[in-house]
Design a protein around this ligand. Structure first.
Ligand SMILES: C[S@@+](CC[C@H](N)C(=O)[O-])C[C@H]1O[C@@H](n2cnc3c(N)ncnc32)[C@H](O)[C@@H]1O
Length: 209
């Protein structure tokens, strides 16, 4: 029962169980996020968007890597926005971090704003995956890079690995080929998949040309 109440709050955290889930995600996704961020070359002054920012720990990590740059975060959960702002309150105060409630389907940003867009453990929940990837592409500068990060990766040697979570949440684990194909169809270039064999993680980087 507790497991179910917690897990059902991964897709759009709300209320008491949502707060617990946010705390658990901030902790549980930290190592995964550090691993995936190592595939991006941040520069002093980089402008970054974290999509589906959850409790805001990725935003905090990014603020530490962009020098005079700026980090935006969006999440469609009101509770996540509140918690992410709290975790990043110093950077929010000086407007180095700007965190808003919004959907990936309609990003409240002009074209070609970002050097990087990151999305950690959120893609599975997007309702219009192809058009959402195109919406992100719109906001990337030419030469800008998207990073998609996944813990729920299909495993041919263990097809039921994620079935409990998939059933609880109505989402699906992802595979390399389908993700490369989606990114290609959405208009990205230089698509690269990276794997962490120890943990079974995958991340993909893709460029707007
Ligand atoms: C599993 S959590 C991951 C949160 C955070 N990225 C992390 O790694 O801890 C998924 C997050 O994506 C957000 N999300 C899901 N679908 C979204 C959408 N269509 N637009 C914006 N945020 C979304 C959820 O509210 C939730 O905070």
């Amino acid at each position: 029962m507790k497991y179910h109440r917690l897990v059902e709050n991964a897709g759009k955290p709300m209320g008491f169980w949502g707060s617990l889930m946010i705390r658990s995600m901030n902790k549980g996704h930290s190592e995964l996020t550090d691993w995936a961020l190592s595939y991006l070359d941040f520069e002093n002054g980089s402008v970054i968007l974290d999509v589906g920012c959850g409790g805001g720990r990725t935003i905090r990590k990014l603020c530490g890597r962009v020098g005079s740059g700026k980090v935006y975060g969006i999440d469609y959960s009101e509770l996540c926005v509140k918690k992410a702002r709290k975790l990043n309150h110093k950077n929010v105060l000086c407007r180095k971090a700007v965190i808003s409630q919004a959907s990936v389907s309609q990003l409240p940003f002009e074209d070609e704003k970002f050097d990087f867009v990151t999305a950690v453990e959120t893609y599975y929940f997007w309702e219009n995956k192809l058009s959402d990837l195109k919406e992100i592409l719109r906001t990337l500068k030419t030469g800008g890079r998207l990073l998609l990060v996944f813990e729920m990766v299909k495993d041919e040697s263990d097809p039921d690995k994620w079935s409990r979570v998939e059933k609880s949440l109505g989402i699906e684990a992802v595979g390399r080929e389908e993700m490369e194909d989606m990114l290609f169809r959405a208009g990205y270039h230089n698509i690269r998949a990276h794997f962490n064999k120890k943990h079974g993680w995958m991340c993909l980087t893709a460029v707007r040309e």
